[in-house]
Design a protein around this ligand. Structure first.
Ligand code: ADP
Ligand code: MG
Length: 325
């Protein structure tokens, strides 16, 4: 069972991992198909990076098994690792190497020393807009550039499966946009992509299927469309003119935000009717001049599923580590 063209790109079965008393991954089962663009979301401390480290063979699970393209990550470590490129969450480099040296060393790990790989490394530098930084020492690069080197490093051996652990955390908007383009290109070229991100709109824009991890387990796993349909609410924004009027009592509970000129209601899909809301407003003396509606987005689904806001990147908030079991 090791034909990399068949079967799932990633397979995880019954995986558990403890760090002391912290049960970081608790019984995860997961299969990611070849060529899929898969999102792995969840609050800080959910166990995403631990699961990724297990896939990369950096951490061994206490229980269960994991495979990349059919290769067991422990029993068949070399083949599994050859099929996988991981862009880690933490940026750690030897500051004395240049960008080209970092990539050449990585190629060396995989025994790729020929001119073909050298040409590929130059292609990666160009695609990631690093060509003119190729001979710069790592320590002279900005955070965003280091992150791009990390991506190039993960791709040096042309892995079939690429896992990016928060590649855009703390990266400016412009670079994020160019990374999206690059990651989309990798996917279009046939790579299986797994992306973890703090930016839910990023997962919404890019991923075909999404798993939400929480407390070491998978709280939800579905196609993006089905995930979005889980959202129970929809936003109705009403622009009003004229003198302030009271909000009818039957709408008060649905009112989420109010300014002098706008009212924002959270409507339950299926049960609340927009015409009824507008009729009630008019009956109370409001003059409605415009309305817009907005479907729930992934952020709202995420909040409903996890009851917590996804934490900002870069340690802006303390890591809410799992309580000791
Ligand atoms: P995520 O990537 O979803 O933020 P992590 O996998 O990094 O989550 O962490 C899951 C839990 O495991 C957290 O409680 C974290 O503090 C703990 N943890 C992760 N790595 C280690 C480690 N090397 N030693 C001890 N605890 C760890
Ligand atoms: Mg992480």
């Amino acid at each position: 069972m090791s034909d990399p063209d068949k079967g799932p790109a990633i397979e995880v079965a019954g995986v558990h991992k403890h760090f002391g008393r912290v049960h970081a991954v608790r019984g995860v089962d997961l299969a990611v198909r070849q060529g899929e663009f898969f999102g792995l979301l969840g609050p800080n401390g959910a166990g995403k990076s631990t699961l990724i480290n297990i896939l990369a063979g950096l951490t061994h699970p206490d229980q269960g098994r994991a495979a990349i393209c059919g290769y067991d990550v422990i029993a068949n470590y070399r083949k599994a690792r050859r099929a996988l490129g991981v862009v880690p969450q933490e940026v750690v480099f030897d500051p004395f190497f240049t960008v080209r040296e970092v990539l050449a060393i990585q190629a060396g790990y995989f025994g790729l020393k020929g001119p073909d790989n050298k040409a590929w490394r130059e292609e990666l530098l160009a695609a990631l807009m690093l060509t003119d930084k190729g001979d710069a020492n790592m320590r002279t690069l900005s955070g965003g550039m280091k992150r791009r080197v990390l991506i190039a490093q993960a791709l040096v051996h042309r892995p079939r499966v690429v896992i990016l652990d928060e590649p855009t955390a703390g990266v400016d908007v412009e670079l994020r946009a160019s990374l999206w383009v690059f990651i989309r290109r990798l996917h279009a070229e046939g790579h299986t992509i797994v992306l973890t991100t703090h930016y839910l709109e990023e997962a919404e824009a890019l991923c075909e299927r999404i798993a939400i991890m929480q407390g070491g387990g998978i709280a939800a796993l579905d196609t993006k469309e089905a995930m979005l349909r889980r959202a129970r609410s929809k936003t109705l924004r009403v622009t009003i003119a004229g003198p302030a009027a009271v909000i009818p009592p039957q709408l008060a509970l649905k009112l989420r935000k109010r300014t002098d000129t706008t009212l924002e209601f959270a409507l339950q899909q299926g049960s609340d009717s927009i015409p009824e809301v507008l009729d009630a407003l008019r009956a109370a003396g409001h003059v409605v001049t415009d309305i817009t509606t907005e479907q729930a987005n992934l952020e709202e689904v995420f909040l409903e599923l996890t009851h917590r806001r996804i934490s900002p990147p870069d340690g802006l908030s303390p890591d809410p580590a799992l309580p000791a079991a």
